[in-house]
Design a protein around this ligand. Sequence first.
Ligand code: HEM
Length: 427
Amino acid sequence: MAQRIIQDESVALEDLSGLVSLTALTSSPDQEAAYAALHAQWGPVAPVEIESVGDDVVPGWLVMGHQEMCHVMRSEAQFAKDPRTWRWNEEDLLPPGTAISTFAPAEPRPASFHHDGEERRRLREPLDDALSALDERRVREQTKDMCERIIDRMGDSGTTDLVRAYCQPAGFLAMTTLLGFDLETGGRLMTDSAKVVVGDGDEVAAAQGRVAGTILEHITERRAHGGRDLIAHMAVHPNFAHDGEIAASAVVPMHAAAIFLTAWITQTVHLVLSDPTLGARVAGGRITLDGALDEVLWRESPIAQSPALRFARNDVELGGRLIRKGDALVLSIAAANADPSVHTDDPWDQVDNRAHLSWGTGLHRCPAPRQARLIAGVAVDELLRNMDVTLHVPDEGLPWAPSPWVRHPARMPVSYRRATVNGEIDE
Ligand code: HEM
């Protein structure tokens, strides 16, 4: 397929019109076909609309090739995380009310997510240390307990939207529990975090303020009295210069993990309930829940695009495109996972194939795949063991969440009743 190469220096990203939006790609009923069409037109790196506000479009390059994505994620010298490198920030081009500024603010927050080099290392180490100090048996018990409480609140039987009733609170509250918050505080943080992540206009600053205040209070309390959660570990880490850095470093996993965990739990539950082959394989013990979680990472990556943008430090060629200094790159994990170069037709070669990029790769790779797998596994297992759930799919199919980043059904209408043992409700 001939690729149209933008070699003319006068054609900049912002000069292109009619770009497909990230949200349209993520929520497309046939996502594979949507990426394939884009790939056929542009090759492995395509111009896209990250977001639009009114008539203003925020453009970027969508990296879809597996090889190109590994290159970008591993080349800090060419592609920065620091959002000050983004031309739209540097030249103050972002329209007001832009949601992407949560992930790429004009002024980076003091968390590894927004930094490169030594500053990234200094800020990332405490999170890595705190995660490896977590007692995984305790995390399992806490997650199980939290899921049971959500299930109890659903009652013995009924109809509901399973995304709102179970998958979202399970994903979010698991994360706030890791950070050390009780469920009530976790519930309040969940409401505020949703406002921040979707960029809910005037509400964003107030919600951010409340989240920061709650975390700062918790840091003070943990430093005084100790504890076994992530914030207790970070509160005494020597790498941090002040509490603002600890709070910023706690906010990133809270937002990121909450949407990612929710998406992974939702997608796995959705596939098990809707794909008779997968459901039967799990129920029949021919595939473990762990295997089902992996299959989701491959087949229906919960993160379609990473909200962790990269910014070109200089003009550079990538996948046949000329990327200009200061341009933003969006990494499409779903497209890279589907890249034919990392698959074979032989099903045996696919067994345990973990070349997927669902955790990223390189210096900003997700620090918590073990903990995330543990939490998602417990959350899905608790639901399927305790409830008999039937998914009701309307003729037109389930709508996909309108997100530029994560792919999962926006709603899952179900009827459910408590699983029974010998005719008794399973307590
Ligand atoms: C306990 C749950 C989780 C925690 C605490 C967590 C934490 C984080 C943090 C702090 C980062 C930013 C790292 C940095 O920039 O230095 C990150 C990035 C990332 N995480 Fe996780 N995460 C969790 C769950 C997940 C899940 C469920 C997925 C996907 C299935 C995921 C995939 C990713 C990806 C793709 C990135 C960005 C990689 C990149 O663009 O370079 N995470 N995570």
